[in-house]
Design a protein around this ligand. Structure first.
Ligand code: FO1
Length: 336
């Protein structure tokens, strides 16, 4: 089954890892948010892309979820000694990735090609694609004014409230042929439990990308999402507080509302804790699956991935039956 997964950083990477473990080699494409990207110490850093790459390659730092396991911090130590700012910490081996990326981007190589090259070098058979080749920068209007995303996320530890979100450069971003082709070939589209506003939001804002997903849904390709907000709290990061300060409900229902409004959702997966939200979410349109969604270890990543693909297969077949009603050729194709 060819699957496209839309993902941000740590949560998205974990689900992508679960999917990679159960799909045949090469069947998974992860389309990753690049709104968190930044230039630091003259290096082009793409945190969510690298988190997905390192996780799929099995070299991610297990406790924090980003960066490389067993890192050393010699460069940061020396930079601090020189009096440079070091609040955004780059490990020594991680810096190799940024040097590799920066060098190639400066030579005019597309971010997609650079990422595919990194993935190949790390031994991946899954395809990891930045959402676009053009620079897009997420900025947030907060109690501390307008901030670059990592300024808000890392330097200010997500403490200021967020009242507005902008994806700078999004109007010049274009859909890459690689993302377009992956969406056209997909048999299922999975939306990871990433922050719906600043991780999935920028991906859906790339001009033409959502239209491809909606066209895929019309062809009967199911879109299956999962809530990263469980019991009203974000599993990681500031999604719950952001939803509230932006006037939305901080719950799986709030996330579902966002995705349904975008025209995205066939099935929504919610945690057992949120079983009571299944009925109101179903009332919005999508089918709802209630299961364990918190990925604490390798096994739980696989279980959630399996649950989501089972829902996709079931929904895909149901969709094919609906579409074949009254059409004998289509009915035959749908196996009736
Ligand atoms: N997160 C932090 O909380 N502190 C850091 O110093 C930090 C450095 C960093 C370097 C490379 C990288 O790929 C990720 C890094 N992250 C760091 C994580 C990153 O800020 C977030 O995970 C994402 O941008 C949110 O998805």
């Amino acid at each position: 089954m060819r699957v496209v997964c839309l993902a941000g950083g740590v949560g998205g990477a974990k689900l992508a890892d679960g999917l990679q473990q159960i799909l045949a080699p090469g069947e998974l494409t992860v389309v990753v948010n690049t709104g968190d990207d930044l230039e630091v110490h003259a290096l082009a850093v793409s945190p969510d892309v690298d988190t997905v790459l390192y996780t799929l390659a099995g070299i991610a730092e297990p406790a924090q979820g980003w960066g490389i396991a067993g890192e050393s911090w010699q460069v940061m130590g020396q930079l601090a000694r020189l009096g440079d700012e070091t609040w955004f910490r780059l490990g020594d081996r991680d810096i190799a990735t940024h040097l590799f990326r920066t060098d190639r981007l400066r030579r005019g190589i597309r971010a997609t090609e650079v990422t595919l090259a990194l993935a190949r070098s790390l031994g991946l058979e899954s395809h990891v694609l930045p959402m676009t080749d053009q620079p897009v920068r997420t900025r947030v209007r907060t109690t501390a004014g307008w901030l670059d995303f990592q300024d808000y996320f890392v330097r200010l530890r997500q403490e200021p409230s967020v009242f507005e979100v902008a994806f700078e450069g999004i109007e010049n971003a274009t859909l890459t042929p690689e993302v377009r082709d992956a969406l056209r070939a997909a048999e299922a589209i999975v939306v990871a439990p990433s922050n719906p506003i600043v991780s999935i939001g920028p991906i859906l804002a790339v001009p033409g990308l959502l239209a491809e997903i909606i066209a895929a849904r019309r062809r009967g390709v199911p879109v299956v999402g999962v809530s990263g907000i469980v019991g009203g709290r974000a599993l990681r990061g500031p999604a719950d507080r952001m939803m509230e300060s932006l006037g939305e409900e901080s719950s799986a229902l709030g996330v579902a509302r966002r995705y349904v409004a975008a025209g995205l959702l066939d099935v929504f997966v919610v945690d057992r804790i949120d079983e009571g939200l299944a009925a109101p979410i179903r009332a919005l349109g999508p089918e709802v699956v209630v299961t364990d969604t918190i990925m604490t270890d390798a096994g739980s990543r696989v279980l959630l991935a399996r649950e989501m693909l089972a829902a996709a297969a079931w929904q895909g077949a149901a969709g094919a039956e609906d579409r074949s009603a009254g059409d004998p050729a289509a009915a035959k194709e749908a196996g009736r």
